[in-house]
Ligand binder design. Structure first.
Ligand code: GAP
Length: 516
């Protein structure tokens, strides 16, 4: 675990050093849990968004996109339940004066208990070698059984307290399990209080009578309130979906783990409108489709798992997270929710407008049910970076840091490197960039030794480098170097567009997941 933390720290420095992510307002000492994307980061982020967007609107004839405003009528947030229920339970430690989320303190303890169980299993696996029967061991070993029983007891108490919104019980759990403040090490806790996560501001001048408006905490409501506009103008028939990518804002109290939990972040959300009664079938379908989308990136199938929710949000009748193995454990990257007809019915009630859909096949009107897929761009970015970051020892004792990014997501696809600046090699290299820059993001680099230039490209995840040497001027061929294997091959310049194009296009990813 300590080693993983070390790698995570290195990843954060790497993100800064190579222009992926900078702390916001850095020259003013930063702004907590707010980050800026640099010249490399923005390219990677845009590629992630394009992969998601195209997978929704190109691969599904019945999904279209919108781009709704961040500001919306404040009653929308009353109707959605965010004004009354979008809260975190907070607790303060009186000695350190630090504020924590009570649920996160308990979840951290549960994670520690899980670790203990896994350690027992790992130890036994080492002891018994090939003859180890993990299932049998988990079911019969008294120490594991004891840990599992304790964990279950805590888990059940926690879930009940959360479902009942019982803040006193949450505090009691923290006291009973002797959870200490990680900073002061004491158990001098305050009461647990609810804290609303929405940011608000004023719209209009005070002279006119200004209105309190919120920065949206999710993009989904912009889709709900436009659903009939899209359905009617696009002549959409149920089932159909509306996709949106945009910023969301939450006044997160426990903001940590770099871009994992931010106060300003970006979501990619899709609401899929279905017939009442068919929602669980579509929920299952979207779980499968979304996992396939993740796995097509080739970051490792074992890095994903579903986590079904114990505590359902006020709007859901089924919910799961797709979790990814981050350097700090399996964490939610995407949520898939069966939101029933809660949102649309509530907007009908609060707006006084009918939001029903007339189903020509059934010859009846109803408020559609909704399956939502909701993924954070920044968390996706972090999972891609974490899985790609690699420190390698090379033959001869040399080392390199390489980002093994999926080629279709890499910020730069091709670096063109003249072996030397003179003898017309620089001009030839420029010619290649000029020809290929319409197809993909290329970089030209002539500074330092060729080895140093390769390392720079490895560090930003460029899948291909081509070197222009004196023979190039004669045979019109270049040496192409593949990032992951470092293999080098001599190829005609004319073939570069084809060789690289096949590997780096989003199309290659989309083809893997098509036919759903
Ligand atoms: N419309 C449903 C919704 O917003 P959510 O589980 O609260 O559901 C969806 O958020 C996704 O948004 C999460 O899976 C996560 O990837 C991302 N997300 C949520 N809060 C975030 C934060 N503070 N920082 C970064 N990403 C966040």
């Amino acid at each position: 675990m300590a080693q993983q933390e070390e790698v995570f720290k290195k990843l954060i420095s790497h993100c800064k050093e190579y222009g992926f992510v900078f702390p916001s307002s850095e020259i003013y000492d930063g702004l907590s849990a707010v980050y800026d994307y640099g010249q490399m980061g923005v390219e990677l982020k845009n590629n992630i968004k394009k992969y998601w967007w195209d997978s929704m609107v190109l691969l599904h004839e019945n999904i279209v996109g919108i781009d709704s405003a961040i500001f919306m009528h404040p009653t929308i947030w009353k109707a959605s339940g965010h004004v009354d229920a979008f809260n975190d339970p907070l607790i303060d430690n009186r000695d350190s004066k630090k504020r924590y989320r009570a649920d996160v303190l308990i979840e951290d303890l549960l994670a520690k208990m899980d670790e203990k169980i896994e350690k027992e299993v790992e130890k036994a696996a080492k002891r018994f070698g090939d003859s180890f029967d993990e299932k049998l061991f988990r079911e019969t070993n008294p120490r594991v059984q004891e840990h599992v029983a304790k964990r279950e007891e805590l888990h059940n108490r926690f879930v009940k307290a959360m479902n009942d919104n019982n803040l006193e019980e949450l505090r009691q759990i923290i006291l009973d399990y002797e959870i200490v403040c990680p900073l002061s090490g004491t158990r001098n806790w305050t009461e647990v209080r609810q804290f609303n996560l929405m940011f608000s501001t004023e719209m209009g001048s005070t002279a006119d009578g200004s209105m309190k408006v919120y920065l949206r905490p999710e993009t989904a409501q912009g889709i709900f309130v436009n659903y009939l506009n899209v359905q009617k103008t696009g002549r959409m028939r149920i089932p159909f979906g509306i996709a949106q990518i945009g910023k969301a804002f939450r006044n997160e109290i426990v903001a940590r783990q770099f871009i994992f939990r931010m106060r300003e972040f970006e979501q990619m959300e899709m609401q899929f409108f279905v017939r009442p009664g068919e929602e669980l079938k579509w929920f299952a379908k979207w779980k499968e489709t979304r996992l396939k989308w993740h796995k097509a990136l080739g970051l490792g199938d074992n890095k994903y798992r579903f986590h079904d929710h114990d505590k359902l949000a006020h709007y859901a009748n089924a919910a799961t997270d797709i979790e990814f193995e981050m350097p700090f454990g399996f964490k939610e990257v995407e949520g898939i929710h069966s939101r029933t007809n809660f949102d649309l019915s509530s907007h009908e009630k609060y707006s006084g407008k009918k939001l029903q859909y007339f189903d020509p096949e059934l010859n009846e009107s109803y408020v559609p049910y909704v399956i939502e897929t909701s993924i954070g761009v920044d968390r996706m970015f972090l999972s891609v970076m974490a899985a790609s970051y690699c420190e390698e020892e090379l033959e001869g004792g040399d080392t390199r840091v390489v980002l093994r990014l999926p080629a279709a997501l890499a910020p730069v696809k091709l670096a063109v490197l003249p072996l030397v600046r003179k003898d017309g090699l620089a001009e030839k290299a420029r010619e290649i960039v000029d020809a290929l820059r319409f197809d993909f993001k290329c970089q030209y680099d002539e500074k330092d030794s060729i080895g140093k230039r390769y390392r720079r490209q490895d560090a930003i995840g460029t899948p291909f480098c081509v070197t222009v040497d004196h023979d190039t001027l004669v045979d019109n061929c270049v040496t192409i170097r593949f990032r992951d294997t470092m293999e080098q091959k001599r190829v005609p310049i004319d073939e570069l567009a084809h060789i690289i194009g096949e590997q780096v296009s989003i199309k290659s990813l989309l083809q893997k997941i098509a036919n759903d």
